[in-house]
Ligand binder design. Structure first.
Ligand code: AHM
Ligand code: MG
Length: 332
């Protein structure tokens, strides 16, 4: 007999009562993200077939060239979320400033803000390598009914009420948490349906994979260099295996399944690291902790950092608990 897998839609509805702010709104919001994910998945998958690859010509706030698919993914997620009358504000890695959403239909009663990296791993887009979407959801802190302010977005990661990612890989998966464990859903492209394929995902307590851009080695702080040498040393269960895709979502996803550590340290070239606290590190940290892993900037818990600006960068060490703890020892 074939096993019956639960769909993402069913799972969202079944679990909405266990969510402390339950009112069905978060469910509608997650359903919105699910829909946008399918649309973006469709675009990402046909990227090699149609002439939509390459630079769009715009430069984003970090001074990077935007690829056309980034722009497209950004538009799709924003459009979908705006329509749902649940979200009062969106901040995107691809936008200079946050977007305030007025919803006249319900008198601006929307409570949630979404922070999103619509298509992460942009350097992999035009070479047919996995990319991802990362999202993070908070309740606004300013009064409902008024326009959102920057304070609604600059909340520490501990205030997230949900976070997730979509990995457009050999198959497309949506993985998310609402603070009650992590669940992964695989898209059946023939039916356009996500099925619960990875219930209750957990990082193995330790692993043998380290993921870091070693090309930057000479620029890393001494503690990071020492930890990398430790990973490479022939002793106990080492040397570890080095695996680095250059797409945070894919590197994280593999490490969560197999056990490993992902690192994007500071370097003399990038004194604050590269990854963005709000769009990349906080959501991944929430998922990591919900899956028994850890996420640190080398000193403190990522989710306890008080953000000062929307596009803030932080160093990032994330993955299997024991491995992150070990890396931190070296960085002391
Ligand atoms: P992006 O938001 O411009 O795509 O950059 C984020 C990506 C991560 O997905 C990835 O882990 C990292 O940048 C790779 O950076 P590098 O090429 O410097 O190793
Ligand atoms: Mg990114």
């Amino acid at each position: 007999m074939t096993k019956q897998y639960k769909t993402l839609g069913e799972f969202i509805i079944e679990n909405q009562d266990s969510f402390k702010y339950s009112s069905g709104e978060l469910s509608r919001l997650l359903n919105g993200l699910r829909l946008a994910a399918k649309v973006v998945n469709h675009e990402v998958n046909k990227a090699g077939l149609v002439d939509i690859l390459g630079e769009a010509g715009d430069t984003n706030i970090q001074g990077e060239n935007q690829q056309k698919l980034d722009v497209l993914a950004n538009e799709k997620f924003i459009q979908t979320l705006k329509k749902r009358e649940i979200v009062c504000g969106i901040a995107s890695e691809e936008e200079d400033d946050f977007i305030s959403i007025n919803s006249f239909d319900n008198n601006n009663q929307n409570k949630y803000v979404v922070l999103i990296d619509p298509l992460d791993g942009s350097s992999n887009i035009d070479v047919n390598v996995s990319v991802g979407t990362i999202f993070s959801i908070y309740r606004r802190v300013t009064p409902v009914g008024s326009p959102v302010t920057i304070d609604d977005f600059l909340q520490p990661g501990t205030k997230q009420i949900a976070a997730g990612y979509i990995v457009y890989g050999t198959s497309t998966m949506l993985v998310y948490t609402t603070g009650d464990g992590v669940n992964g859903f695989t898209l059946n492209p023939a039916l356009g349906t996500f099925y619960l394929s990875h219930p209750n995902m957990k990082f193995p307590e330790t692993g043998n994979i380290y993921s870091v851009n070693e090309g930057n080695y000479v620029h890393f702080p001494q503690g990071v260099k020492d930890y990398i040498k430790y990973c490479q040393k022939e002793e106990d269960d080492r040397p570890y295996t080095s695996r680095y895709i250059g797409s945070l979502v894919s590197d994280f996803h593999r490490n969560m399944i197999k056990g490993g550590i992902y690192m994007y340290p500071t370097s003399s070239k990038a004194p604050d690291g590269k990854l963005r606290l709000l769009y990349e590190c906080n959501p991944m940290a929430f998922i990591a902790e919900q899956a028994d892993g850890l996420a640190s900037d080398g000193k403190q818990r990522i989710m306890e950092i008080n953000p000062k600006e929307l596009h803030q960068r932080v160093p990032f060490f994330c993955g299997s608990k024991k491995m992150v703890e070990k890396a931190k020892e070296f960085m002391k």
